[in-house]
Design a protein around this ligand. Structure first.
Ligand SMILES: Nc1ncnc2c1ncn2[C@@H]1O[C@H](COP(=O)(O)OP(=O)(O)OP(=O)(O)O)[C@@H](O)[C@H]1O
Ligand SMILES: Nc1ncnc2c1ncn2[C@@H]1O[C@H](COP(=O)(O)OP(=O)(O)OP(=O)(O)O)[C@@H](O)[C@H]1O
Ligand SMILES: [Mg+2]
Ligand SMILES: [Mg+2]
Lengths: 227, 227
């Protein structure tokens, strides 16, 4: 269970103050599948970074599985991130000098998984996103959508209980995007929680609940009725 | 007029040979507005890079305004690029240490435009994409969609005769995406040529012709009838 109350994130740039997240209350149950939508600049990635323990709020409280994470040390936050949360970044954040396979292995390296098992699990994750034949290629040798799929494989490889996916299909054609949604549906059926940001309504309708942000605040929060 | 015949681009990665563009013939008249669509990995960005003189084909010929550009030196290619072509990259390619305004000024700096004029024109270009109030911010202080809009402003600032836009709206909500399409329509009405890659059908339908790629080859080339 994720429970945030009164979360704000305020950036100070010179004399300008930007209220990226302006007071958000949000609860996400275990095994929920929700999408976050909203205009460019409305605070989606900022909120995702806070939910994923990659950033801390300016104010407000965040309880993850009953534990207040606002007060944790960096190493404790990193432990939770690596163990509980898989993240697909809007900008992919792949290591440019590592191969696709090595990029996907990363969460397993942090998790202390032995080399043979690591290689096998990373290979399977790449296969699940249709890139088994490109495992030895570096990000610069892959198309935009292929890089995105490597990022997705890396988020999935250690089967985290929570997947946070920021625009996971933005660079994918609709057929490949639907294939990724099938993977997410399977993960969700397995008990995991998925929170994704998307600009595409047809992608959001794969989830079960859509939360809309506007100027750093939640403007609506509705179940998806066709699904 | 752009005329390419028998264009191939073959990458060699270890023992693997990847035919990113496998034999493309394409003609684009002045003042045309066309979209290129196709699955992830089908060769769209590779073709765009060739059309934009950012890369050279493995084989084939490319005639730009009656001049065979295959045989030009790098400085001659760079001259054509800077003078004729504005490019929106799939990965934005913004300078991380420069402000939004400085990023947009870049084509004008290369073009030898004086400082005051440069600043004014860059400011107007940023205003046209709704980011006048963020001119002093660096890319890391901007959202994904805001960075994309800076990239679009930079492509437009010296009013190039050809705009090549690789996924210009992939990180934008549909409302902001439609605003960008309005800008492109205005540019097209002014006589410029636009070639854009997009995965979004509703974006492609703003153009007048859709070319579809599949496995490095053109699979269809049709006028858009509703527009
Ligand atoms: N520098 C490179 N070295 C090796 N292979 C490459 C390189 N650049 C692209 N490729 C490969 O060439 C093929 C076409 O790539 P391209 O980037 O043109 O695809 P795309 O249609 O733009 O895909 P997307 O929709 O995912 O952006 C892909 O299989 C890609 O992996
Ligand atoms: N590091 C930062 N410093 C200053 N301002 C920031 C920073 N990161 C984000 N912002 C600003 O905070 C606001 C929200 O940004 P955020 O990235 O959360 O938006 P978003 O909803 O993800 O947008 P997009 O759809 O464009 O990706 C924006 O105005 C953005 O410019
Ligand atoms: Mg974002
Ligand atoms: Mg591409």
């Amino acid at each position: 269970l994720i429970s945030v109350k009164g979360i704000t994130k305020i950036y100070q740039v010179g004399v300008q103050e930007i209220r990226a997240v302006a007071g958000v209350d949000l609860q996400v149950q275990n095994n929920e599948y929700l999408s976050i939508m909203g205009p460019s600049g409305s605070g989606k990635s900022t909120l995702m970074n806070i939910l994923g323990c990659l950033d801390t709020p300016t104010s407000g409280s965040y309880s993850l599985n009953g534990e207040e994470v606002s007060g944790l040390r960096d190493d404790e936050l990193a432990f939770i991130r690596n163990k509980e949360i898989g993240f697909v970044f809007q900008t992919f954040n792949l290591l440019p000098r590592a191969s696709a396979l090595q990029n996907v292995e990363l969460p397993l390296i942090y998790g202390g998984v032995p080399s043979d098992e690591r290689r096998e699990r990373a290979g399977k994750a790449l296969d699940s996103v249709g890139l088994a034949d490109r495992a030895s290629h570096r990000p610069s040798e892959l198309s935009g959508g292929q890089r995105q799929r490597v990022a997705i494989a890396r988020a999935l490889v250690n089967n985290p209980s929570i997947i946070l996916a920021d625009e996971p299909t933005g660079n994918l054609d609709s057929s490949t995007g639907n294939e990724i949604m099938d993977i997410f549906k399977e993960i969700h059926s397995g008990g995991n929680t998925i929170i994704m940001v998307t600009h595409e309504e047809y992608i959001a309708e794969h989830s079960k609940r859509i939360v809309r942000l506007l100027d750093g605040l939640i403007s609506s929060d509705k179940q998806v009725v066709n699904n």
